[in-house]
Structure formats: C-alpha cells, structure tokens
Design a binder for this molecule. Structure first.
Ligand code: CO
Length: 144
C-alpha cells in the first residue's frame, strides 16, 4: 500500500443545514458546497473546504445526513445523536490495486467498489481491521 492524501473526514449529522451553519459561523469556513443526494448510498452530502497554502485541494469535511429510514448512518446517529466523526478517507492512485492489496492483507472490505461522492471509485474497510476507524479508500480524482 502507498498512503495518499487525506481527502476528507466524514462527519455524520442529523442536519446538514445546522452543520453548514456551524462550519460557516463558528469555524469560519469560507467555502461549502451545495448539498446533494446520493440515494443509492442512503445519504445527503456536502463538503466543507479547508484552505491550504496554495488555496486548492485542501482536506475536506464531508457532512453526511441520512437520506431516508434505511440509511446506513442511521445506526451511527442512534448511538451519537449529535453526530460526529464517522469515517476517514485516504486517496490512492489505483483503486483496484489498493483493493487487492488490502484483501491480500486479510482486511475486510465492506461491499463492492462503487462511485463515491467525488465521482471517483471508492470502497470502505471494516473499522475492526483499521485501528477502530471506518476507512474509505478513494481513487485520486484525475487532474489533481
Ligand atoms: Co466519505
């Protein structure tokens, strides 16, 4: 494995609107994307950009709110009603190679490789195999 950039930290929230207000008003976030639905993943999503020296490509906070009653994050919010850190996401250059390497190490992969919120392929690794952290692996977007 070759560890890539920390692309985002996934934060579950009962209200994306309230969380956007928090990042803007309390944390001073200057740029937050419009929320959009990912019904096949059962979530509504938006991204809070954090700045970098170059002004581009900073690590993001991914705010995720349940899309409906069958959302995979409903269980997390039942245990953490105020929301909180849900997963971390690292980039890799080649998603298929990374998946094969994790499989060879005996790490449990949750479901198929699929298209994530950034429009690039992703998969998730079981937190019990990843030091207690639900870990998303994402292919680096082209052009970055
Ligand atoms: Co994510």
């Amino acid at each position: 494995m070759k560890l890539g950039r920390l692309n985002h930290i996934g934060v579950a929230t009962p209200s994306i609107a309230d969380s956007i207000a928090h990042y803007r008003d309390v944390m001073g976030a200057a740029h937050v994307t419009e929320p959009f639905d990912l019904p096949e993943q059962g979530v509504k999503v938006c991204f809070v950009d954090t700045p970098t020296d170059t002004g581009i490509n900073g690590t993001q906070i991914e705010l995720i709110e349940p899309y409906d009653d069958s959302s995979p994050i409903n269980g997390f919010l039942a245990k953490n009603p105020a929301g909180g850190q849900h997963h971390v996401c690292f980039e890799v250059p080649d998603i298929d190679a990374a998946r094969a390497e994790f499989e060879a190490m005996g790490k449990r992969i949750l479901g198929p490789t699929r298209i994530g919120a950034h429009g690039t392929p992703i998969f998730f690794l079981h937190p019990k195999d990843m030091q207690g952290m639900l870990t998303e692996i994402m292919e680096t977007p082209k052009g970055h």
